[in-house]
Design a protein around this ligand. Structure first.
Ligand code: GLU
Ligand code: MG
Length: 439
């Protein structure tokens, strides 16, 4: 964990990095974090101030923990205090679509040098460390979906749409490659103007960092092509939405625990227990992974958003989709019910914490759902259909309360409740407009 390094080591690392990126034409460095509402916030420093920023952090008021998606504050947000936002230089990248800028994810620390209890990124890292204490690692990747207004129209997954937007998409691939990200796939998605991009799996905190970098890059490349990208859960009420599906696999000693075991479809007992833990906590996890009032306009049957609390092999309506892949090391599970409004650190950390609880209790998966979970002969349980229901589940979840820690757990609940109150009475159209370009 680079930000846990002594200040002097961080500063030395920053000095070297700043010299290198300044020679490469960088003038400013962006340090970003994601608030509890799912909005990416930034501070920037000139390249020559990277060293003090890495040594001391830059100021970031604690009231950011109470920010809502529309920049108003939950009642818990007060004017006092300060925190230090410290760039994690292991994630430093020169931004290909924002010439002259580099970017690094930030961790938030107290002025006394302790981890800020509300720091979502350090929460994700804590859960990854707790798995590591059991000899386990997770490989994860977040699929990014977005919708642009403008651009050449065309059918879902259609060649016509790809041809009409090929310069845009090519520039995106190039920018991501220059930023050292490994893209696996890119395609026109179902709805008009929608695309999806997937990246190679990495460690869990890095996967969340990568999701941010992909989103920043999509936004920047889109603007260069006169397009505006929306990562909102839906951009038209009743339409297909933007998912933020989380893929993950559990590993021990270099072996993927998702195959070669006695559980369903070859899951080892450990992988089964982990996934059963995730399934058990899914209603509460939605308060992290589908965090907006608007998230529940997306989470409806028939849109492959995973609105049912069940699991199934390659089942795209199940919230938890098992994927065996074509080689043993590819086996993974996909949490489909999460969307792109989620703070990826909260989503990843929450899922890891739920999986850890499943491991602790040696849980087993319930019966698999093989067809449409909505089938009249035995419909699967629906996940929360409103943010309020998800927040109720989060209130009751001892697993997530303990893992998040009281301050972060409470801050998330405060923000969710304030957004529910803020948007009460809006029509679906008004709600969509309120969040369309916020995430
Ligand atoms: N756009 C769908 C969603 O909201 C997902 C489509 C798919 O990639 O399966 O999650
Ligand atoms: Mg998709």
């Amino acid at each position: 964990m680079s930000t846990a390094k002594p200040r002097a080591d961080r500063a030395a690392e920053a000095r070297v990095a700043a010299t290198r990126i300044e020679a490469e034409g960088v003038d400013g460095v962006i340090v970003s974090w994601v608030d509890n509402a799912g909005v990416t916030r930034v501070k920037t420093v000139p390249v020559r101030a990277l060293e003090p920023a890495a040594r001391w952090g830059v100021g970031a008021a604690p009231c950011f923990d109470a920010f809502l998606v529309d920049d108003s504050l939950a009642p818990s947000g007060g004017p006092a205090g300060d925190l230090r936002l410290v760039p994690d230089l292991t994630g430093l990248r020169r931004l290909a679509a924002q010439p002259g800028w580099a970017w690094a994810p930030g961790d938030r620390w107290t002025q006394q040098g302790e981890p800020h209890p509300g720091c979502q990124r350090q929460f994700a890292r804590r859960t990854a460390d707790a798995l590591a204490d059991r000899g386990l690692t997770v490989r994860a990747g977040i699929e990014v979906e977005w919708i642009v207004d403008g651009g050449e129209p065309g059918p879902a997954y259609g060649m016509r749409r790809l041809i009409g937007n090929s310069d845009y998409l090519r520039d995106l691939l190039r920018a991501l490659r220059e930023q050292e990200l490994t893209v696996l796939q890119l395609h026109p998605e179902y709805t008009e103007g929608q695309y999806e991009l997937s990246v190679a799996p990495t460690g869990p905190v890095e996967a969340a960092d990568t999701a941010l970098l992909v989103r920043h890059t999509v936004q920047a490349v889109s603007l260069r092509h006169g397009l505006r990208a929306s990562f909102a859960p839906v951009t038209a009420p009743g339409g297909v939405g933007n998912g933020g599906h989380l893929h993950l696999s559990l590993w021990r000693d270099g072996h993927n625990l998702g195959h070669g075991g006695p559980g369903p479809h070859g899951l080892t007992r450990e992988a089964e227990a982990f996934l059963a833990g995730v399934l058990a906590e899914l209603p509460a996890l939605l308060a992290l992974g589908a965090p907006s009032v608007a998230s529940y306009l997306r989470l409806a049957p028939g849109r492959w958003s995973g609105p049912y609390r069940c699991w199934g092999l390659e089942n795209r309506e199940a919230a938890l989709r098992l994927i065996t892949g074509s080689a043993p090391e590819q086996a993974n599970a996909e949490v489909k019910c999460f969307d792109a409004a989620a703070n990826p650190y909260l989503a990843v950390g929450g899922v890891l914490a739920a999986g850890l609880a499943g491991l602790g209790d040696a849980l087993r998966l319930p019966a698999e759902t093989t067809g449409d979970p909505a089938a009249p002969d035995g419909p699967a349980e629906r996940l929360p259909a409103t943010l309020g229901q998800a927040v109720d589940a989060l209130r009751k979840s001892e697993v997530l309360r303990t893992a998040l820690g009281e301050p972060l757990w409470q801050a998330v609940i405060d923000v969710r409740e304030a957004e529910i109150a803020r948007f009460a009475g809006l029509s679906d159209e008004q709600l969509v407009e309120a969040v369309r370009y916020r995430y």
